[in-house]
Design a binder for this molecule. Structure first.
Ligand SMILES: *Cc1c(COP(=O)(O)O)cnc(C)c1O
Length: 493
């Protein structure tokens, strides 16, 4: 007990620590109040260690001495933003963990312009009265989807929830058992339905659902038929589903709306580039869907948003729903979306929308770039790497077109045998930078935490960098990141 009291007395005052030179500098990076909070936290941890683990003597002295340096390091970490650009070399083009679609240059300009000033976001300049946010998108979307009105919300999950809430709260929604899907990050159709206040009426079976199943289920309680595009899986083999055309006819006969959750936001067919089994938004509307919902940051190539397009009278009901207000998007999203939709009208989407450029790039071009990168890596200084180039299969990702394979090329890297032998001779595991040693996982880590950050795929004892998800203008930065990583790995050959 006495030792513990003495140990506690050894803990310095926050004010005294603030006079330490290393921390005086840190205060300039973070400001005095947050720095004090970090110091109080560090002292509290030390106090707990004294009370609970009984540390004292030399161990305590060691920790006291390290405290200012550790806090200064923590300050370095906190002073830097954790949201940073990364180079996506995974070969998955719409990668939800990596923020999905990058925006076009034009969209970026428009975001800047809208963000920096007042806009007529909800003001009708002609009529000198209140306007609607979604109206700015009807100019473009109305031409791409003739006769359709639209309503924009934060993401497609919100779009589906809003449709259900506005059209079917307190009543039944008919959905095929083959379409009760879950999409990454807890979007589950039955749960969205329940949360939106509607009751699920399941029809058919997992693999086969026919029109007759829907016909039997639709009754007085039915408010909506919902068809969901199974975006991230396929049922194969002995299967059957009711088509949108026949469902639309049934819905019309029974005077209820048909909504289709299309998901990917595909506006132009991509069959010839390998994206199969994804009907366009327009195709669903043409076949008679009253409303179609989709994400704007998947194959549309825009910002995160969810769009509902279709029958004007239904869209008006959505825009009056209180959830529509809760899910509304900001002016930057509208500006980015408007600028993303424009090139589809001008027939320039394949040239200007980054995600579509990546999908349509010829494989031969990717091969050339992969080989050029491999050559440059072999010639560059730094830890010796064993480099191979091989054809690969890129994917759309983001839950869209799961079975579609986009022909691609990739570079496979691993530390050359002599570099691995050298590092295994010297124990460098405790290296504070964490980049010591030269195994393939060290290489992966060095690139992942490097400058710029590069995300590849580990497999067959190599780190693979797929070029379909890397824009050609980023090839130089990819090489730069590799050169830096090799320097960090130490073996300057
Ligand atoms: C991606 C997707 C969703 C979820 O969209 P978010 O924009 O991520 O909310 C819902 N339904 C389908 C069919 C999808 O493909």
């Amino acid at each position: 007990m006495k030792g513990q009291k003495e140990a506690l007395r050894r803990l310095p005052q926050v004010d005294r620590l603030l006079r330490e030179p290393s921390l005086r500098q840190a205060a300039g990076r973070l400001g005095p109040a947050p720095l004090r909070a970090l110091l109080r936290g560090a002292l509290a941890r030390l106090r707990r260690a004294i009370r609970e683990e009984g540390i004292g003597g030399e161990e305590l002295e060691r920790r006291l001495e390290a405290l200012p340096r550790n806090v200064a390091q923590e300050v370095e970490g906190r002073a830097r933003s954790t949201l940073v650009p990364v180079l996506n070399a995974t070969g998955v083009l719409v990668h939800t963990n990596l923020g999905r679609a990058p925006l076009s240059a034009r969209a970026l300009d428009r975001v800047r312009e809208a963000a920096a000033s007042y806009t007529n976001l909800e003001y009708d300049l002609e009529a000198r009265r209140r306007g609607s946010r979604s109206s700015h998108l009807e100019r473009t979307l109305g031409m791409l989807l003739p006769g359709a009105a639209c309503h924009v919300v934060n993401n497609n999950a919100a779009a589906v929830a809003l449709v259900i809430h506005a059209l079917a709260a307190g009543r039944e929604v008919v959905v095929s058992r083959g379409e009760l899907i879950e999409i990454g990050g807890s979007f589950r159709i039955p749960e969205i339905l329940e949360a939106s206040g509607a009751r699920l009426r399941e029809v058919g079976t997992t693999n086969r659902t026919r029109l007759a199943d829907y016909e039997r289920a639709v009754g007085k309680q039915t408010a909506l038929i919902l068809k969901v595009h199974p975006s991230n899986y396929r049922v194969v083999g002995f299967t059957a589903e009711a088509g949108v055309r026949e469902l639309a006819a049934l819905a019309r006969r029974r005077r209820i709306p048909l909504a289709v959750d299309q998901g990917s936001g595909l506006l132009v067919p991509l069959e010839e580039y390998g994206v199969k089994g994804e009907p366009t938004v327009e195709a669903y509307l043409r076949r008679g869907a009253d409303l179609v919902t989709f994400s704007c940051d998947k194959l549309l190539g825009g910002p995160q948003a969810g769009m509902i397009a279709g029958k004007p009278s239904l869209i008006r009901r959505l825009s009056r729903d209180p959830l529509g207000r809760a899910f509304r998007v900001d002016k930057m999203t509208i500006a980015a979306l408007d600028a993303t939709l424009e090139p589809f009208l001008r027939g320039k989407a394949f040239e200007e929308i980054p995600i579509l450029r990546q999908i349509t790039r010829p494989a031969a071009e990717l091969q050339q770039r992969a080989e050029a990168l491999a050559r440059a890596v072999r010639e560059a200084p730094g830890a010796r790497l064993d480099v191979v180039v091989e054809p690969s299969s890129a994917r759309v990702g983001g839950g869209a077109a799961p079975t579609s394979v986009l022909p691609s090329w990739r570079v496979g890297l691993r530390p050359a045998p002599e570099a691995r032998a050298r590092s295994s001779g010297v124990a460098r595991r405790g290296d504070a930078s964490g980049t010591g040693g030269t195994s393939v996982t060290d290489l992966e880590r060095a690139l992942r935490l490097g400058q710029p950050r590069v995300i590849g795929i580990l497999g067959r004892n190599r780190l693979w960098l797929d070029l379909r998800s890397v824009a050609p203008q980023d090839d130089a930065r990819l090489l730069e990141a590799l050169t830096r990583a090799r320097r960090a790995l130490g073996g300057c050959a």
